[in-house]
Write a protein that binds this ligand. Structure first.
Ligand code: ATP
Ligand code: SF4
Length: 373
């Protein structure tokens, strides 16, 4: 038996870029900041995030625990609750009907209701926390479908529900079941089917397969990809498991310490990730399709967002750290077809400056009279 039923990303970087460029922008995120206001202080869990998502794109977001992935996902769906608040930036949603883009950050709860389910839907990690345990599945589907499209008759809504369940590999006769009567994997698949009930343009998925075993994880991913290919929705998929994202994503954003530190196509990040953190993450989560080898963990722990180190927040754990890394925060800059926030590759330092940083003079960069060079 092989566990890798999801195909390895076969497209080249050029093919992925060309496909995405042919597709209109769906979501344009600029300067997004999210803070948790706590008694201990202000925690910026999402710091100046810029992202672009095209229609039909699968964007993976990876990073260790506490990197800010869920905070970002919740902010994109305007799902965050106190003490979290979006403190800056915009999330411009470009409707597929060609009407003017809308900044989701500026919408009231009532205005957001027009976007939920029909344009943006969400799949969280725990299906039982999202499904209503005391309402039969069929009723949960028809409620959602008919609330957002009252013209659809009950029987038609029921038929749509049956089709969605079948699409994720669940027999339509389970529509009469209560969620607790389904296995964990089935509950998760039912939740994914429910998220598609109103044909959304974007599905936000937060670790949707973490709670199931690895065989079930593969089945669910296969079904998500098949549904995505058929219905054409875009996905933002959050997980700590970079190897999984390398297999299913078009592009991947890597988060660390609340910031996006690298963005690139799955093809590029698979072969030539630029950022030392991405490379470390990749070594910690090698693809299942690769030959078995010793895993190398990332030394140290993710930073405390209340007490970030000066400079690059990865510097205390980075084997390539240079003196400047402990002083200045590297900018997230365009490189080739992606973006990177690392002095080694983002072009912020000239070749000469980089050489000095990598091989600092033995006298600490001062001349014989003690003047800085
Ligand atoms: P995980 O994979 O563990 O879910 P993550 O990358 O999704 O991690 P977030 O859940 O976004 O990270 O949390 C990032 C940081 O935001 C946390 O480490 C914590 O400092 C802060 N944070 C998250 N939720 C809260 C909260 N409810 N109150 C205060 N701070 C919070
Ligand atoms: Fe490492 Fe410096 Fe790059 Fe940060 S900026 S990842 S510390 S080399």
């Amino acid at each position: 038996m092989t566990l890798t039923t999801v195909p390895q990303h076969l497209e080249t970087e050029a093919e992925i870029i060309s496909r995405l460029e042919d597709s209109p922008v769906l979501l344009d995120v600029r300067g997004l900041c999210v803070d948790y206001v706590t008694e201990a202080g202000n925690i910026r869990a999402c710091d100046d995030v810029d992202l672009t998502l095209r229609r039909g794109e699968i964007l993976g977001v990876a990073g260790e625990s506490a990197s800010g992935k869920s905070t970002l996902l919740n902010a994109l769906g305007r799902l965050q609750r106190m003490p979290a608040a979006t403190s800056a930036g915009e999330i411009r949603f470009h409707p597929t009907d060609g009407t003017e883009p809308v900044d989701l950050v500026g919408l009231t709860e009532d205005e957001l209701a027009a976007y939920r389910w029909t344009k943006i839907s969400v799949v969280m990690q725990s299906a039982m926390a999202s499904l209503n345990p005391v309402i039969r599945l069929g009723e949960q589907f028809t409620d959602v479908i008919r609330t957002h499209n009252p013209r659809i008759r009950q029987a038609e809504a029921r038929a749509q529900a049956a089709e969605l369940l079948t699409m994720v590999g669940i027999s339509a006769d389970r529509l009469t079941a209560f969620p607790f009567q389904l296995s964990g994997g089935m509950q998760q698949r039912a939740l994914i089917a429910l998220s598609l009930a109103c044909d959304p343009d974007l599905v936000l998925m937060d670790e949707p397969t973490t709670a199931v075993d690895v065989v079930m994880q593969r089945q669910i991913l296969d079904q998500v990809l098949a549904a995505q290919e058929r219905l054409g929705f875009a996905v933002v998929f959050v997980t700590h498991d970079l190897s999984l994202l390398l297999e299913i994503s078009d592009r991947i954003a890597i988060m660390y310490g609340g910031k996006v530190v690298e963005v690139g196509t799955a093809a590029r990040l698979h072969s030539t990730a630029k950022h030392p953190y991405t490379r470390a993450l990749r070594n910690a989560f090698p693809p299942l399709s690769e030959p078995v080898r010793r895993l190398s963990g990332i030394p140290g722990s993710p930073p405390d967002l209340l007490d970030l180190p000066p400079g690059c927040s990865f510097a205390p754990r980075c084997a390539a750290a240079m003196p400047i890394c402990h002083q200045r925060v590297p900018e997230l800059r365009d490189i080739d077809q992606g973006r990177s926030a690392c002095f080694l590759t983002n072009g912020e330092l000239s070749e000469q400056e980089l050489a000095v940083q990598q091989h600092p003079p033995l006298n600490g960069g001062h001349d014989e009279e003690g003047e800085a060079l």
